[in-house]
Design a binder for this molecule. Sequence first.
Ligand SMILES: [Zn+2]
Ligand SMILES: [Zn+2]
Length: 325
Amino acid sequence: MKVAEARKLLGVGPDASPGTIKKAFRHLAMLWHPDRNPAPGAGEFFARLSTACDYLLERAAAHGAAGKAAPRGEDRRQDIALEIERLCLGGEAEVVLESRRECAECGGAGHVESGHSQLCASCQGSGRVRHGRALFRCEACDGRGYTRRAPCPHCKGTGEAVVRRVLTVDVPPGVLPGDELRLEGEGYPAADKGRPGDLRLRIQLQPHPLYTLDGGDLVLERPVSVFTLLGGGTVTVPSPTGLHYLELRPGVGEARERSIPGAGIPARGKRPAGDLRVRFVPVLPAVQTPALAGLYRAIQAEIDRAGQDCMPELTAWEKCWLQGL
Ligand SMILES: [Zn+2]
Ligand SMILES: [Zn+2]
């Protein structure tokens, strides 16, 4: 059970004292204890309340011992790039936290004493270094020109070591770029005995070869045969949660975008679910056969015979650029 979930179940805030937690639990227990409430699921819910209460009390005991006045560590902020699939479905994601510590090999000095003397790299053995016009005694070798000091091979002379920690993060479905995931206690350590700060992960989007995001809407381009767009038919559309089927009625090919309500990023909190927006890209045949060529000519002849203005854009163009020549 997570802290946030336990607090939500009992309806208590982060600063609730053990007394407040117990009081909140007693009040809810009166409503949900299976001896009092015959509703199906009441017993199960009571058990969850009980777990939440125990969990929060144990936490309060552990943290309370540190004293309320101990200052909390600083929050740590970092970005986490997630795929669109993760925003839709939720699940686990990994984040690498890097911290710089003093190099343990050289104690942070950046250099170690080597077994044999070598030419001082700072003064090239002269014992002196030039600053402007003046010469000064070389500090790296104390003016000797030779030194036993060598750059620490572990930290390459920086005196710092980079420590990497990999954390697994639970991503709930329905998060969007710019949202923040907060991992309690994973921030910077506190001075004294205070509890560490939180890790606040700002969500960023990894580019996807098929989908783009517009708010909570998923947008994708779907190539469709121009004859299906004109004549109608079923078009299959992928989404991170599965396939969708769009029925196209015979039309004039102008409805180039269709929405599937609620099939975008799922709802989260007060935010409603987004849509899946499908943009049709008309595709013309790349291969010609005599039979197809005959059919195309027959279609054009039928359009000419219809006597109406079937292609107003074409008519307007010809009127503008061909007449009077
Ligand atoms: Zn070192
Ligand atoms: Zn030197």
